[in-house]
Design a protein around this ligand. Structure first.
Ligand SMILES: Cc1cc2nc3c(=O)[nH]c(=O)nc-3n(C[C@H](O)[C@H](O)[C@H](O)COP(=O)(O)O)c2cc1C
Length: 421
């Protein structure tokens, strides 16, 4: 670990500036977002950027970060720092993981593989999405011993669930993340206005198309896509499905059946706490629950022997007008005794990570900014983004008079509740 990872990154950028070179991706989160929009198709931008309803939850997520204030202390030696954290007995160099992000083949055909390579190069963990563009085995191979986890959407097809869990164990995933806030898809006007759902067009289906249990289910399923009229757009779509299908030795008819089967089985709106014991007996891996917002749910998870929770509102993509995720984090931190708590929804910078850690998160997941960086700069862009976030976190820590995450937590923070609560 370099003595000052933040100062090194900063110096590197300024030195390159002497020969006229600018950072490959903007270091300001707002500018990165603007550049990303220009680099994506309309449909990709709608899917990545969009939220539920009028996107008030997304605004609340960001606004909450302006209400948490750090109060730096001075004259504390911070010349040697350590950003590492332990999660369930495993050591992580930084308190960061890549959030599971589905359907990123809207941006880049090998999106998840590129992210896995970036995670490996920058030494942060990655959570493979159930809706990824590349099968988990390929990403796991690219990551080697860099920590990787698998995120599960609990399908109504139990064989597929157990097959996915088995594959996750076999390819060295260190944990299962069960996402519980998306048992139904939220109402997302940006996608609705374009009539564009990535999965219906074959995006984000790699884990299924490569799964033996899912493929087997194609032989005996009756699901089909109704109401699709033939025109030049559906012909273009067919051409794309044929190309995608080739990767998995699936015909166009198979691909159509696969999409219909996915739509029919991808979620389980009847999921309940009782189901957790079945998941527990189906895998030997630690289980994290992603999508907890209330203290009482966090306590329930703790009572049921869940290993960790992820406070998240899915980046405001599910319910319009819910409380900011950072406010949820405060309640959940108070509610649980021993569970490690991860956090996402609204993190855009290293300073945001510092605030979430000060509030009580053990580590944070980076979501949309990863997709922005992928669109703007590919592999190099994602690596730069992570380096920038780590650098800013390191400098924020130091400038607050803290040498590690523990000291940051002890430093505390000032919080102004929103006036409308
Ligand atoms: C394009 C996109 C795809 C996502 N796909 C998944 C997914 O497959 N599984 C999941 O659990 N969460 C998914 N999420 C939610 C993220 O994991 C994370 O909770 C969210 O991005 C955090 O909000 P933020 O990006 O605004 O910080 C997705 C989010 C986005 C933006």
């Amino acid at each position: 670990m370099p003595l000052s990872i933040g100062r090194e990154r900063q110096a590197n950028i300024y030195l390159r500036g002497l020969s006229g070179k600018k950072p490959g991706i903007p270091t300001h989160p707002g500018l990165l977002e603007q550049r990303a929009e220009k680099c994506m198709s309309r449909a990709a931008w709608a899917y990545v950027q969009g939220g539920a309803g009028s996107e008030i939850t997304q605004q609340a997520n960001r606004e909450a970060f302006t209400r948490v204030k750090l109060i730096p202390r001075v004259m504390h030696p911070v010349d040697v720092r350590d950003l590492s954290v332990d999660l369930l007995g495993k050591h992580y160099s930084y308190p960061l993981l890549m959030a599971p992000l589905g359907a990123l083949d809207l941006i880049h055909p090998q999106a998840d593989l590129t992210l896995a390579q970036a995670a490996k190069q920058t030494n942060i963990g990655m959570i493979f999405s159930n809706q990824s563009a590349v099968p988990m085995e390929s990403c796991a191979q690219a990551m080697g011993d860099t920590p990787h986890w698998f995120q599960l959407y609990w399908s109504s097809n139990d064989q597929v669930v157990s097959s996915l869990l088995h594959r996750a164990e076999a390819c060295g995933c260190e944990a299962i993340v069960l996402t519980v806030d998306t048992t139904l898809l939220g109402w997302r006007p940006r996608d609705l206005n374009l009539g564009h759902l990535p999965f219906l067009r074959g995006y984000g289906l790699a884990q299924y198309l490569s799964d033996p249990a899912f493929r087997k289910s194609l032989n005996d399923n009756s699901a089909h896509l109704s109401g699709v009229t033939k025109n030049w757009k559906t012909l273009l779509l067919a051409a794309r499905l044929i190309r995608k299908g080739r990767t998995y030795q699936l015909s166009l008819a198979d691909m159509r059946r696969a999409i219909a089967q996915f739509i029919a089985t991808y979620s389980r709106p009847d999921l309940q706490w009782n189901d957790i014991s079945r998941l527990r007996s189906a895998t030997r891996l630690p289980i994290w629950i992603k999508g907890i917002r209330r203290g009482e749910d966090a306590r329930k998870a703790e009572q049921l022997g869940i290993d960790g929770i992820i406070v998240s509102n899915h980046g405001g993509r599910q319910v319009d007008g819910e409380r900011a995720a950072l406010d949820d984090l405060m309640e959940v931190v108070q509610a649980v005794n021993r569970l490690p708590i991860l956090f996402d929804s609204g993190i855009r910078s290293g300073a945001d990570v510092a605030k979430a850690l000060a509030v009580g998160a053990s580590a944070c997941l980076i979501g949309r900014p990863i997709a922005y960086a992928l669109a703007v700069g590919g592999l190099k862009g994602v690596c730069e983004l992570i380096q920038n976030i780590v650098a800013e976190l390191d400098l924020t820590l130091a400038l607050c008079g803290c040498r590690n995450v523990q000291e940051l937590r002890q430093l505390g923070y000032v919080y102004t509740p929103p006036s409308s609560y």
